[in-house]
Design a protein around this ligand. Structure first.
Ligand code: GSH
Length: 219
């Protein structure tokens, strides 16, 4: 058994699990993946030993346990990557942390109306509040790319935690058909073409499809 265990939900539905999973893969950190399918009778019972919130993701590292996607990514960066999970300068790092917190705590309509379902592919007309949230993400992406993206294709050039936190949105935007400006759209493509995003999507295809396409939980 490796020293790091990442507890995740179904790859089809668990948007937050994808964030630290991608970070660990992008930085070549070996870990054991423990998958606990969500929304089953025994889900809470199986999550109990790993996650006090009874949600995924959770990370076990030696005798430390961390839950909540952003806290896990921060822990990985601080303890395993010498802070390389964030952009280098404090100005960029502050910006990156702000947009990560924003995506984590805001966007209720996106999380409710367009939940991640990797195998869904159909157009769902966004409501006005959802359109406003999509426009905000479009602005975050295009603004970051213009201001900070000079050394690569990710938000801050090279890959960072900020990209991890936005990959589920890229999958949802592709699946439900969000309209984006060209700068944001090409960033969305970068996230979707990332080899580990591709790997996640391939593995999601192999899973049992448990929920209907338009399920209403904000997984
Ligand atoms: N803020 C948490 C959200 C965690 C969360 O909602 N996880 C979902 C799956 S992506 C879950 O475990 N849902 C199961 C449930 O609500 O019972 C994070 O970022 O990790």
């Amino acid at each position: 058994m490796k020293n790091i265990q990442l507890i995740i939900g179904d790859k089809n539905y668990s948007s937050w699990s994808l964030c630290p999973w991608l970070l660990l893969h992008m930085f070549n950190l070996e870990f054991d993946e423990v998958k606990i399918p969500l929304f089953r009778e025994n889900t809470a019972e199986r999550l109990g030993p790993y996650s006090p919130s009874l949600k995924v993701p959770a990370l076990i590292h030696g005798d430390v346990s961390v839950w909540d996607s952003l806290a896990i990514c921060e822990y990985i960066s601080e303890n395993m990557l010498d802070d390389a999970g964030w952009p280098l300068t404090s100005k960029r790092k502050a910006y990156a942390r702000s947009i990560c917190s924003e995506i984590h705590s805001e966007f209720p309509n996106l999380k409710k109306d367009w939940p991640m379902n990797c195998n869904a592919s159909y157009k769902l007309k966004p409501t006005e509040p959802l359109l406003n949230e999509i426009a905000r993400i479009d602005a975050i992406w295009s603004c970051c790319r213009k201001r900070f993206g000079e050394n690569g294709n990710y938000l801050f050039g090279r890959f960072s935690i900020a990209d991890c936190m936005f990959v589920p949105m890229a999958i949802c935007f592709e699946c439900y058909g969000a309209e984006l400006c060209s700068e944001a759209n090409s960033y969305k493509q970068t996230l979707l073409e990332n080899p580990f995003t591709q790997k996640w999507l391939e593995l999601a295809k192999l899973e049992e499809k448990h929920l209907s396409l338009a399920y209403s939980n904000s997984a």
